[in-house]
Design a protein around this ligand. Structure first.
Ligand SMILES: [Zn+2]
Length: 143
């Protein structure tokens, strides 16, 4: 898969727990955060289908964040990854739209529950998105 914002630094890794940010219900960080100014172009990590836009999972990710189902060939077999591109300020794709790897899908932002502008990239394997089911997307990006 391709990097959504080539060159952006990781500011929070996958799996860390931040009771300072979530004192009431500390939980694992389910994705990876990339530092980027508001308005930075965000690119699709792979070919895929836009499943939803907005916040069916709650307001934490903002209202312009796409959930894209990416089909990736791993060891000759198709694997489905559901990826959320969260906190975006603007989305250029719509549900049902087919996207190709590297295609611009919108602009990064600081919408929802954030302490500053960044892209939160959250990936899940082979099923519809569900809270708490993240896998480390860095391994996918480097594959
Ligand atoms: Zn995050």
């Amino acid at each position: 898969m391709a990097h959504p914002i080539p060159g952006a630094a990781i500011t929070q890794a996958f799996g860390v727990i931040r009771p300072d940010l979530y004192p009431i219900a500390p939980h694992r960080h389910e994705g990876v955060d990339f530092r980027c100014a508001i308005g930075t172009p965000v690119h699709a990590c792979a070919n895929g289908l836009v499943m939803a836009i907005g916040s069916p999972w709650g307001p934490a990710f903002g209202h312009d964040s796409p959930l894209i189902r990416h089909k990736v060939i791993v060891n000759g077999q198709p694997v489905l990854y559901y990826v959320i591109y969260a906190h975006m300020s603007h989305c250029d794709v719509v549900p049902g739209q087919v996207v190709v790897k590297g295609q611009p899908i919108g602009k990064s932002g600081a919408e929802g529950h954030v302490t500053g502008p960044h892209l939160h990239l959250e990936a899940q394997l082979g099923r519809a998105w569900r809270r708490g089911g993240g896998i480390n997307p860095v391994h996918l990006l480097n594959a």
